[in-house]
Design a protein around this ligand. Structure first.
Ligand code: DX5
Ligand code: ZN
Length: 221
């Protein structure tokens, strides 16, 4: 994943589900790089969002590669569905399983980019040993489970710390951030080392989502 621009992944959770085709087609014609899809099971997080029958249909019309964020217990139960659908990226939380490396290998053997996700209060140091083996880290900047929450400002320090370590070790791992991201806080986050911005509310609830994506892409790296 070589790039010299920030990558943008609109989060489908904030789309108008009554007009889903229109929303996916809007992202298709945008400058976005991925379509971020949140999967929740009501156990790992206290909410239920988008299931596999829906993702399968979205995949048939999305021209953007799918970036699937699994907020579920036993995420490996769902890997085969996602391999079948053909998604580009899958991220799993580190809080609910101890066999990170095994799951990462499963994803990569199936040509899927593998990410590990950290909740806001999970320390970044926890995954330092995994960094040489994964494609990206997703830092949650809100408590996972709901769109539309306020960005937790200390996430910037987590990004910086992780970025410094990745640089120091000369690794290729990318940093993605998710939760309360908008045009105001994105600039500082990119300066701190973020490669991929996930944004739900600030894109889908905007008057002109295409323009917001365009502005995000313009932010200097
Ligand atoms: C929250 C999800 C996010 C969410 C972001 O648990 O992981 O992807 O959709 O939404 P905003 O950008 O509204 O915080
Ligand atoms: Zn997400």
């Amino acid at each position: 994943m070589i790039h010299n621009q920030v990558l943008v992944a609109p989060s489908l959770l904030s789309a108008n589900f009554l007009d889903l085709r229109k929303e996916v087609e809007l992202i298709n014609i945008s400058e976005a790089d991925y379509l971020h899809i949140d999967v929740m099971d009501g156990h790992f997080v206290p909410n239920i969002s988008i299931g596999f029958p829906l993702i399968e249909q979205v995949a048939t019309i999305s021209q953007k590669p799918l970036d699937v964020h699994l907020m579920v217990e036993k995420p490996e139960q769902y890997f085969d569905f996602l391999f079948e659908i053909g998604v580009e990226m899958i991220s799993i939380h580190v809080e609910d399983n101890i066999h990170h490396h095994l799951l990462v290998q499963k994803l990569q053997h199936n040509n899927v980019k593998a990410g590990l996700v950290l909740n806001p209060f999970t320390p970044v140091e926890l995954i330092y040993d995994n960094l040489p083996y994964i494609d990206y880290v997703l830092i949650m900047s809100v408590n996972p489970g709901f769109g539309g929450q306020k960005f937790l400002p200390f996430s910037i320090n987590k990004v910086q710390k992780l970025h410094d370590f990745i640089e120091k070790e000369g690794l290729n791992c990318l940093i993605e951030i998710d939760g309360g991201i908008n045009l105001e806080n994105a600039k500082k986050l990119i300066a701190s080392g973020v490669d991929i911005l996930v944004a739900g509310t600030s894109i889908f609830k905007a008057h002109n989502p295409l323009e917001v994506i365009k502005e995000m892409k313009k932010l200097a790296k």
